[in-house]
Design a protein around this ligand. Structure first.
Ligand code: CMX
Ligand code: CO
Length: 136
């Protein structure tokens, strides 16, 4: 057995075509406000984080045509793109995952948004879910 690795849901990420429109929609419908907004160059996305208790809704839009989110939107249209699980130690969680035969996208932890350290796990072999491990 693996020791428990996932401590909280960090975020649910939703891919959208128009970030301002999606932010306005969440504000109008649910009174949500933006806690953080950032362009993450490495992933070619801009994100807006809306706080829900201790977690976030991460609205994502591509800023480049070669962004993985641009490709995903072309194929699937708008919708849930990935789930971010909080972990205490992303390196240890990634090692445990790979040691148990899991398929990682990132070979090692890397910087995410808002100063986090993250690692992505491949949706193939993860019940069709793109998983992001997030260490705050
Ligand atoms: N959720 C579930 N399945 C997904 C997926 C997603 N988000 N993205 C791709 N897939 C599936 C595809 O449907 C496809 O399945 P089939 O082979 O059955 O058709 C398979 O995975 C391969 O997909 P693809 O379209 O060929 O895409 P790539 O292999 O080029 O890339 C992935 C897929 C996951 C490796 C790539 O998107 C990636 O590296 N993602 C991690 C980085 C990222 O998403 N960054 C943006 C977010 C940044 C942030 O949160 O801060
Ligand atoms: Co994310």
């Amino acid at each position: 057995m693996t020791a428990p690795q996932l401590t909280e849901i960090d975020h649910v990420a939703i891919a959208v075509h128009d970030l301002d429109a999606a932010v306005a929609w969440y504000g109008e419908m649910f009174g949500s406000t933006v806690a953080h907004r950032e362009v993450v160059e490495r992933d070619g996305v801009e994100e807006a984080l809306l706080k829900v208790a201790d977690s976030y809704v991460q609205l994502l839009t591509p800023v480049r045509d070669d962004s993985p989110v641009a490709k995903w939107l072309d194929k699937n249209g708008e919708g849930i793109h990935h789930v971010g699980y909080r972990v205490a130690d992303v390196g240890a969680a990634l090692d445990a995952f790979v040691a148990h035969g899991g398929r990682a996208i990132d070979a090692a932890p890397r910087p995410g948004s808002r100063g986090t350290t993250v690692a992505f796990l491949h949706p193939k072999g993860a019940y069709g879910t793109l998983i992001e491990l997030v260490q705050e």
